[in-house]
Write a protein that binds this ligand. Structure first.
Ligand SMILES: Nc1ncnc2c1ncn2[C@@H]1O[C@H](COP(=O)(O)OP(=O)(O)OP(=O)(O)O)[C@@H](O)[C@H]1O
Length: 232
Protein backbone atom coordinates (compact mmCIF):
# COMPACT_ATOMS: atom_id res chain seq x y z
CA UNK A 1 0.00 0.00 0.00
CA UNK A 2 1.10 3.57 -0.59
CA UNK A 3 -0.28 6.32 1.56
CA UNK A 4 -0.03 10.08 1.44
CA UNK A 5 -0.64 12.12 4.53
CA UNK A 6 -0.38 15.88 4.74
CA UNK A 7 1.59 16.34 1.59
CA UNK A 8 2.61 19.92 0.85
CA UNK A 9 5.00 20.79 -1.94
CA UNK A 10 6.24 24.32 -2.56
CA UNK A 11 8.14 25.98 -5.36
CA UNK A 12 9.64 28.99 -3.67
CA UNK A 13 6.77 30.48 -1.67
CA UNK A 14 4.10 29.04 -3.95
CA UNK A 15 2.36 25.89 -2.78
CA UNK A 16 1.85 23.63 -5.77
CA UNK A 17 0.52 20.52 -4.06
CA UNK A 18 -1.67 20.04 -1.04
CA UNK A 19 -3.02 16.58 -0.32
CA UNK A 20 -4.32 15.69 3.11
CA UNK A 21 -4.90 11.99 2.59
CA UNK A 22 -4.71 9.61 -0.34
CA UNK A 23 -4.18 5.86 -0.50
CA UNK A 24 -3.73 3.19 -3.12
CA UNK A 25 -3.37 -0.52 -2.57
CA UNK A 26 -1.62 -3.26 -4.52
CA UNK A 27 -3.41 -4.29 -7.68
CA UNK A 28 -5.17 -0.98 -8.22
CA UNK A 29 -5.19 0.87 -11.51
CA UNK A 30 -5.60 4.58 -11.14
CA UNK A 31 -6.17 7.13 -13.86
CA UNK A 32 -4.76 10.49 -12.76
CA UNK A 33 -5.79 13.57 -14.67
CA UNK A 34 -6.17 17.31 -14.37
CA UNK A 35 -5.36 20.53 -16.22
CA UNK A 36 -1.82 21.50 -17.20
CA UNK A 37 0.10 22.67 -14.18
CA UNK A 38 -2.31 21.06 -11.70
CA UNK A 39 0.53 19.07 -10.11
CA UNK A 40 0.25 15.59 -11.64
CA UNK A 41 3.97 15.19 -12.35
CA UNK A 42 4.81 16.58 -8.93
CA UNK A 43 2.46 14.04 -7.33
CA UNK A 44 4.07 11.19 -9.27
CA UNK A 45 7.55 12.40 -8.33
CA UNK A 46 6.42 12.50 -4.72
CA UNK A 47 5.12 8.94 -4.96
CA UNK A 48 8.36 7.88 -6.62
CA UNK A 49 10.16 9.35 -3.60
CA UNK A 50 12.27 11.67 -5.71
CA UNK A 51 10.55 14.89 -4.67
CA UNK A 52 12.61 15.87 -1.64
CA UNK A 53 9.93 18.13 -0.19
CA UNK A 54 7.47 15.27 0.13
CA UNK A 55 9.72 12.82 1.89
CA UNK A 56 7.85 13.09 5.19
CA UNK A 57 4.41 12.63 3.70
CA UNK A 58 4.54 9.54 1.49
CA UNK A 59 4.57 6.13 3.13
CA UNK A 60 4.93 2.67 1.70
CA UNK A 61 3.95 -0.44 3.48
CA UNK A 62 6.59 -3.13 3.08
CA UNK A 63 8.61 -1.33 0.44
CA UNK A 64 11.91 -3.06 -0.03
CA UNK A 65 14.36 -3.49 -2.88
CA UNK A 66 12.41 -6.42 -4.28
CA UNK A 67 9.36 -4.18 -4.70
CA UNK A 68 10.89 -1.25 -6.52
CA UNK A 69 9.08 1.78 -7.82
CA UNK A 70 8.96 2.40 -11.56
CA UNK A 71 8.50 6.00 -12.60
CA UNK A 72 8.26 6.90 -16.24
CA UNK A 73 8.85 10.59 -16.87
CA UNK A 74 6.82 12.53 -19.39
CA UNK A 75 9.85 13.01 -21.66
CA UNK A 76 11.97 9.92 -22.33
CA UNK A 77 15.40 10.43 -20.84
CA UNK A 78 18.41 8.40 -21.88
CA UNK A 79 21.89 8.05 -20.55
CA UNK A 80 25.02 7.94 -22.67
CA UNK A 81 25.52 4.62 -24.43
CA UNK A 82 23.49 2.31 -26.65
CA UNK A 83 19.87 1.24 -26.26
CA UNK A 84 21.14 -2.03 -24.81
CA UNK A 85 23.25 -0.23 -22.20
CA UNK A 86 20.30 1.96 -21.31
CA UNK A 87 18.00 -1.02 -20.97
CA UNK A 88 20.21 -2.93 -18.57
CA UNK A 89 21.28 0.08 -16.53
CA UNK A 90 18.49 -0.26 -13.92
CA UNK A 91 19.55 -3.87 -13.37
CA UNK A 92 23.23 -2.95 -13.08
CA UNK A 93 22.41 -0.21 -10.60
CA UNK A 94 20.56 -2.79 -8.53
CA UNK A 95 23.63 -5.03 -8.64
CA UNK A 96 21.85 -7.83 -10.48
CA UNK A 97 24.37 -10.47 -11.56
CA UNK A 98 25.81 -10.40 -15.10
CA UNK A 99 24.30 -13.82 -15.77
CA UNK A 100 20.77 -12.74 -14.94
CA UNK A 101 21.19 -9.47 -16.85
CA UNK A 102 22.18 -11.45 -19.92
CA UNK A 103 19.21 -13.76 -19.53
CA UNK A 104 16.80 -10.89 -19.02
CA UNK A 105 18.16 -9.00 -22.01
CA UNK A 106 17.77 -12.05 -24.22
CA UNK A 107 14.22 -12.57 -22.98
CA UNK A 108 13.27 -8.93 -23.62
CA UNK A 109 14.97 -8.85 -27.02
CA UNK A 110 12.95 -11.83 -28.20
CA UNK A 111 9.68 -10.95 -26.55
CA UNK A 112 9.64 -7.32 -27.63
CA UNK A 113 11.48 -7.55 -30.90
CA UNK A 114 14.34 -5.31 -29.80
CA UNK A 115 17.12 -6.75 -31.94
CA UNK A 116 17.11 -3.92 -34.54
CA UNK A 117 17.36 -1.28 -31.81
CA UNK A 118 19.88 -2.65 -29.35
CA UNK A 119 23.10 -1.23 -30.78
CA UNK A 120 21.64 2.13 -31.71
CA UNK A 121 22.15 5.39 -29.93
CA UNK A 122 18.83 6.19 -28.20
CA UNK A 123 18.94 9.70 -29.62
CA UNK A 124 18.74 8.20 -33.11
CA UNK A 125 15.44 6.44 -32.38
CA UNK A 126 12.05 7.64 -33.57
CA UNK A 127 9.64 9.06 -31.00
CA UNK A 128 7.70 5.78 -30.79
CA UNK A 129 10.86 3.70 -30.46
CA UNK A 130 12.06 5.98 -27.67
CA UNK A 131 8.78 5.49 -25.81
CA UNK A 132 9.05 1.74 -26.28
CA UNK A 133 12.60 1.57 -24.91
CA UNK A 134 11.67 3.96 -22.12
CA UNK A 135 8.76 1.76 -21.06
CA UNK A 136 10.70 -1.48 -21.33
CA UNK A 137 13.59 -0.03 -19.35
CA UNK A 138 11.10 0.60 -16.56
CA UNK A 139 9.52 -2.85 -16.78
CA UNK A 140 12.81 -4.74 -16.94
CA UNK A 141 13.42 -4.45 -13.20
CA UNK A 142 9.86 -5.50 -12.42
CA UNK A 143 8.57 -2.65 -10.29
CA UNK A 144 5.48 -3.40 -8.31
CA UNK A 145 4.50 0.28 -8.23
CA UNK A 146 4.30 1.71 -11.69
CA UNK A 147 3.81 5.45 -12.20
CA UNK A 148 3.48 6.49 -15.82
CA UNK A 149 3.37 10.17 -16.77
CA UNK A 150 1.62 10.54 -20.14
CA UNK A 151 3.63 7.58 -21.42
CA UNK A 152 2.30 7.39 -24.96
CA UNK A 153 2.11 11.01 -26.04
CA UNK A 154 2.54 11.49 -29.75
CA UNK A 155 2.56 7.76 -30.44
CA UNK A 156 0.77 6.39 -33.48
CA UNK A 157 -2.20 4.09 -32.99
CA UNK A 158 -0.31 0.93 -33.99
CA UNK A 159 2.65 1.55 -31.67
CA UNK A 160 0.25 2.52 -28.90
CA UNK A 161 -1.57 -0.77 -29.34
CA UNK A 162 1.71 -2.64 -29.12
CA UNK A 163 2.84 -0.76 -26.00
CA UNK A 164 -0.57 -1.20 -24.40
CA UNK A 165 -0.20 -4.94 -24.90
CA UNK A 166 3.22 -4.97 -23.16
CA UNK A 167 1.81 -3.02 -20.28
CA UNK A 168 -1.31 -5.16 -19.97
CA UNK A 169 0.80 -8.35 -19.98
CA UNK A 170 3.11 -6.89 -17.40
CA UNK A 171 0.26 -5.99 -15.06
CA UNK A 172 -1.43 -9.35 -15.54
CA UNK A 173 1.74 -11.27 -14.65
CA UNK A 174 1.36 -10.21 -11.04
CA UNK A 175 -1.99 -8.95 -9.82
CA UNK A 176 -0.34 -7.03 -6.98
CA UNK A 177 1.20 -4.52 -9.38
CA UNK A 178 -0.16 -1.05 -8.89
CA UNK A 179 -0.53 1.39 -11.75
CA UNK A 180 -1.00 5.15 -11.73
CA UNK A 181 -1.44 6.39 -15.25
CA UNK A 182 -1.46 10.09 -16.10
CA UNK A 183 -3.20 11.19 -19.26
CA UNK A 184 -5.26 13.99 -20.79
CA UNK A 185 -7.03 11.48 -22.99
CA UNK A 186 -10.33 10.07 -21.76
CA UNK A 187 -10.04 6.90 -23.82
CA UNK A 188 -6.62 6.13 -22.34
CA UNK A 189 -7.83 6.94 -18.85
CA UNK A 190 -10.75 4.55 -19.25
CA UNK A 191 -8.50 1.86 -20.71
CA UNK A 192 -6.18 1.91 -17.71
CA UNK A 193 -8.10 3.35 -14.80
CA UNK A 194 -10.46 1.52 -12.51
CA UNK A 195 -10.34 4.42 -10.12
CA UNK A 196 -9.86 8.08 -10.96
CA UNK A 197 -8.07 10.88 -9.21
CA UNK A 198 -8.87 14.38 -10.42
CA UNK A 199 -6.21 16.90 -9.52
CA UNK A 200 -6.80 20.62 -9.85
CA UNK A 201 -4.71 23.49 -8.55
CA UNK A 202 -2.66 21.07 -6.50
CA UNK A 203 -5.60 19.41 -4.77
CA UNK A 204 -7.45 16.15 -5.29
CA UNK A 205 -10.93 17.24 -6.27
CA UNK A 206 -12.30 13.71 -6.44
CA UNK A 207 -11.32 10.10 -6.01
CA UNK A 208 -13.97 7.93 -7.72
CA UNK A 209 -14.25 4.36 -8.89
CA UNK A 210 -15.07 3.73 -12.53
CA UNK A 211 -18.79 3.29 -12.00
CA UNK A 212 -19.07 6.60 -10.13
CA UNK A 213 -16.80 8.33 -12.62
CA UNK A 214 -18.95 7.25 -15.57
CA UNK A 215 -22.07 8.52 -13.85
CA UNK A 216 -20.83 12.12 -13.75
CA UNK A 217 -23.27 14.28 -15.65
CA UNK A 218 -20.85 16.46 -17.58
CA UNK A 219 -23.59 18.65 -19.04
CA UNK A 220 -24.24 20.23 -15.68
CA UNK A 221 -20.59 20.81 -14.82
CA UNK A 222 -19.15 24.28 -14.39
CA UNK A 223 -15.59 23.00 -14.48
CA UNK A 224 -14.61 23.49 -18.12
CA UNK A 225 -11.63 21.13 -18.10
CA UNK A 226 -13.71 18.29 -16.74
CA UNK A 227 -16.67 19.12 -18.98
CA UNK A 228 -14.55 19.08 -22.14
CA UNK A 229 -12.77 15.89 -21.11
CA UNK A 230 -15.98 14.03 -20.37
CA UNK A 231 -17.79 15.34 -23.45
CA UNK A 232 -15.40 13.30 -25.56
N1 LIG B 1 10.96 24.01 -11.08
C1 LIG B 1 9.83 24.68 -10.93
N2 LIG B 1 9.84 25.98 -10.52
C2 LIG B 1 8.71 26.66 -10.34
N3 LIG B 1 7.48 26.16 -10.55
C3 LIG B 1 7.41 24.87 -10.97
C4 LIG B 1 8.57 24.07 -11.18
N4 LIG B 1 8.18 22.85 -11.58
C5 LIG B 1 6.83 22.89 -11.63
N5 LIG B 1 6.39 24.10 -11.27
C6 LIG B 1 4.97 24.50 -11.19
O1 LIG B 1 4.29 23.56 -10.41
C7 LIG B 1 2.98 23.35 -10.88
C8 LIG B 1 2.73 21.87 -11.08
O2 LIG B 1 3.57 21.36 -12.12
P1 LIG B 1 3.43 19.87 -12.65
O3 LIG B 1 4.50 19.68 -13.68
O4 LIG B 1 3.42 18.94 -11.50
O5 LIG B 1 1.99 19.91 -13.33
P2 LIG B 1 1.29 18.85 -14.30
O6 LIG B 1 -0.10 18.70 -13.80
O7 LIG B 1 2.10 17.61 -14.40
O8 LIG B 1 1.26 19.62 -15.69
P3 LIG B 1 1.20 19.09 -17.22
O9 LIG B 1 -0.17 18.53 -17.46
O10 LIG B 1 1.42 20.36 -18.00
O11 LIG B 1 2.30 18.10 -17.41
C9 LIG B 1 2.87 24.18 -12.15
O12 LIG B 1 2.19 25.37 -11.84
C10 LIG B 1 4.29 24.47 -12.54
O13 LIG B 1 4.40 25.71 -13.20
Amino acid sequence: MVKIQNLRVFRGKKQILQIDKLEAVEGERIGLFGPNGSGKSTLLRSLALIEPESSDAVFYESLDSSWPIGYLMQEPYFFRGSVEENLVLPLKLRKVSAKIIKKKLREFTEKYNLEPLLKKNPQALSGGEKQKVNLLRTLIYEPRYLFLDEPFNGIDALTKKELNKYLENYLNQDKRRLLIYVSHDLKELLTWGKRFWYLKEGEIKFDLDKEEFLKINYQTLEDNYLKLLLEE
